[in-house]
Design a binder for this molecule. Sequence first.
Ligand SMILES: Nc1ncnc2c1ncn2[C@@H]1O[C@H](COP(=O)(O)OP(=O)(O)OP(=O)(O)O)[C@@H](O)[C@H]1O
Ligand SMILES: [Mg+2]
Length: 509
Amino acid sequence: MEHVIEMLGIRKEFNGFVANDDITLQLQKGEIHALLGENGAGKSTLMNVLFGLYQPEQGEIRVHGKKVHITSPNRANDLGIGMVHQHFMLVDTFTVTENIILGMEPKSGGKIDIAKAEKEVKELSERYGLSVDPTAKIADISVGMQQRVEILKTLYRGAEIVIFDEPTAVLTPQEIRELIQIMRTLIKEGKSIILITHKLKEIMEVCDRVTVIRKGKGIGTVNVSETDPNHLASLMVGREVTFKTEKQEAHPKENVLEVRDLVVKDSRGIEAVRGLNLNVRAGEILGICGIDGNGQSELIEGITGLRKVEKGTVSINGKDITNFKPRKATETGLGHIPQDRHKHGLVLDFPIGENMVLQTYYHKPFSKNGVLNFKQIYKKATHLIEEFDVRTPDEYTPARALSGGNQQKAIIGREIDRDPDLLIAAQPTRGLDVGAIEFIHKRLIEQRDHGKAVLLISFELEEIINVSDRIAVIYEGEIVAIVDPKQTTEQELGLMMAGSKREAGEMNV
Ligand SMILES: Nc1ncnc2c1ncn2[C@@H]1O[C@H](COP(=O)(O)OP(=O)(O)OP(=O)(O)O)[C@@H](O)[C@H]1O
Ligand SMILES: [Mg+2]
């Protein structure tokens, strides 16, 4: 079998911290090869080595059997290697075409020939079934389309090998179906793919082989046809994972969150939340499910003070907090695990330790008479990092250098630890490995059992059904049904999310 890529005995260190220790990965021509490992195992690091962003301390890379030194992403492109990153690297103010051709612009008479470029982009996108609008601005298109632009960018540069770093973590279920189709087309056209994903079902569905790494070390490579999700999970975590969410009956008490006739507009000024009503009680987890774009983001932003409420009220424990500033809402007992961890969750250039007190640093014991007490801050941080298993070289490492999943675990730990009366968890387990998901679900249920109210928003219907005590279906800015998770299925929820009302089995709002 022909190997298009061989990474042999790769070692990569960051100031003495070993992120990759003697890892071997061999990619066969025409295969989809999964790279699996816990959060912080070293997957992105290994792929950044292959893409020329990092130089390994040891080991060898071969492309088509020939030893190479990949000194930069440009060199990687020349060798036919392209990468779609975990966090996109597009220029927001540029158009789709401008982003794709960046640095490779076709010229005629010394000027960029944009018409020619647009034509080329259109041809590429048709050939691979990657529908994009070549003239749209990046800032105006969906995450799914931005990802297609990233893929086109690699193809425009002639990539034969495409690395996908957690492409499905940011996508809606429909977009995931489309991406899987796209990957299959790429393979048909003779490309080879390395896919990083935490979703074992995806691996079972589309991949040929899996290479597993654990804590920076290679565990081995297995054929997908000879494995199953349980086996994969135990290989990566080093213990059995149950995939079950253990929980007792809920004993809900009084309303904590009350949302009345809420109206919130989206960024274009169109009403996205249209007279919505919702309660979350102490001691229950209410899950919200809906197809992306039905007002869920605007609802959360309206409740948390990140977006203006036009009409209606939001209250916590009977106190009206409508249009409170985020910090004031926080002080009233609200905790928020935001959907976009980079925009709202972390200050990326601050040490992870200081990020752990982002909401409380101005209180005692972290601050006294306006002076920060770093000893207390780091004492707290060290404790949280351990409790929530945030894997980082140390607490002084900038948040930016943590792996994606560990950034997420840090935010969750910080918010749960504040023990808010209402915890809003938006896509809380996005990008987490199966072991971490199990742990986070346990902690959310623990909050509930301590009498707190939890509002969970997720695209993962399995998560919604397993964790919630009641499920609210959001459609076109309104709650159209409240259902009992024990009496529904993913299929049924799917229908309701698409707008079909349901008659039987509804619960009281
Ligand atoms: N630039 C850097 N400086 C210091 N440490 C780093 C740097 N980049 C990565 N690390 C550390 O190396 C380890 C591996 O990180 P990496 O991003 O490769 O993990 P990952 O397997 O991709 O995890 P995830 O699934 O969460 O994305 C982590 O502990 C991370 O903190
Ligand atoms: Mg990663």
